[in-house]
Every structure is written in C-alpha cells, then in structure tokens.
Unconditional design. Structure first.
Length: 190
C-alpha cells in the first residue's frame, strides 16, 4: 500500500511505502498447550521466508523449541529457560533467529531482511507433514549430537545450530538448509 505525506501548507512531500510484513509460526499441539494459547490465524500458506514450524522437545530433562523454515528447512534450536508468556514467544523466536543467522556469518543486510520479515508474528497450527517429518529427523540428529558430545552440559548450542543446517534434507532435494536460505536471500537482498 502506498501513502503520501503532505506538508502542513499543502502538497505532497514524497511517497511513503508501507509494507505489511508478517511471519507465521506453525506450532505443534504440544507447543500450543505449553504456551496456553490458541492459533491467531488459520494455517493457510503465505509466500516468503516468513513461514516456520515449531516443536517443543525435551533433552536431558530440559525444554527446547526447534524452529524450522518451511521453504528452506533452515532450523535453529532455542532453549526454553522458563515458560514464556505468550506475548514474549515472538521475542524468543526473533532473538533465536538473530543469533542463529549471525552465527552462520550471513551479511548484515541478509540478517536485517530476515528479521524484517518477522516484525509481526502470527501463530497457527501445523500444516505441512513433510516439514514435520524433517523436524523429527532433526530431533533425532540433535539428540545424537548432544549424546556424542558428552551430554547437554558439554554442548554449545550455537554449534548444534550450525551443524543442523549442514544436514542434507530430502524435502529440499538433498540440499542443506543454509545453502537454500542463502540462495533465496540472494533473490531478495543484493
């Protein structure tokens, strides 16, 4: 939508372009119950990199949330420190996304674009069984990585997140999440 600014005397100063930017996190029933919230929108599909699935999991008696992008399978694991208020869930996601993207060494413009895609977050129910299947495979990989490193106390979460995005996934034709994300970001950020 395009709006025009007017100066106090009259006349148009310049054009202001407003873009409606929204991210959607499709939560599993377990996560919705943990958050004690209802979906805010229907699980329709929207184009763009703002579509994610999220699942709550337990590792060594600690709670984590696995976020996976629908288009790229780019994923990151966030620690569930305490039960967040539903209004803080978007902030937990945005902070985890920021840390994960900067940990991957993406350019500042790419990180800003991705965070801009998620200024406003809506919650929906899961809608893509292929992504849920991929997430189940990632959960298996996460648990193996943590066990092989000697448990959660000896594991760096940022390392796990980097390793997750270098696992070939069948849903994206055996590409890896970080390469898919970079390829799609190249289309949007020059």
């Amino acid at each position: 939508m395009t709006k025009f600014k007017r100066n106090p005397i009259g006349g148009i100063i310049g054009r202001v372009i407003q873009v409606s930017v929204m991210g959607i996190i499709r939560c599993t029933t377990r996560l919705l119950n943990e958050l004690a919230i209802k979906p805010t929108i229907e699980a329709d599909r929207f184009p763009g990199l703002g579509n994610w699935h999220a699942n709550l999991l337990r590792i060594d008696r600690k709670k984590f949330v696995l976020f996976t992008n629908d288009q790229t399978t780019y994923s990151f694991l966030g620690r569930w420190l305490m039960k967040p208020a539903p209004e803080h869930f978007a902030g937990v996601f945005q902070m985890g996304l920021f840390r994960s993207l900067t940990g991957e060494g993406l350019a500042e413009a790419q990180v800003e674009y991705m965070l801009g895609e998620h200024k406003h977050i809506e919650i929906a129910k899961t809608s893509n069984r292929s992504i849920l299947g991929s997430m189940n495979e990632l959960v298996f990989q996460i648990k193996y990585m943590i066990d092989s490193r000697g448990g959660l106390a000896n594991t760096d979460l940022s390392e796990i997140n980097r390793d997750l995005n270098h696992i070939p996934m069948s849903v994206i034709r055996y590409s890896v999440g970080i390469d898919e994300l970079k390829r799609r970001l190249a289309d949007h950020v020059r």
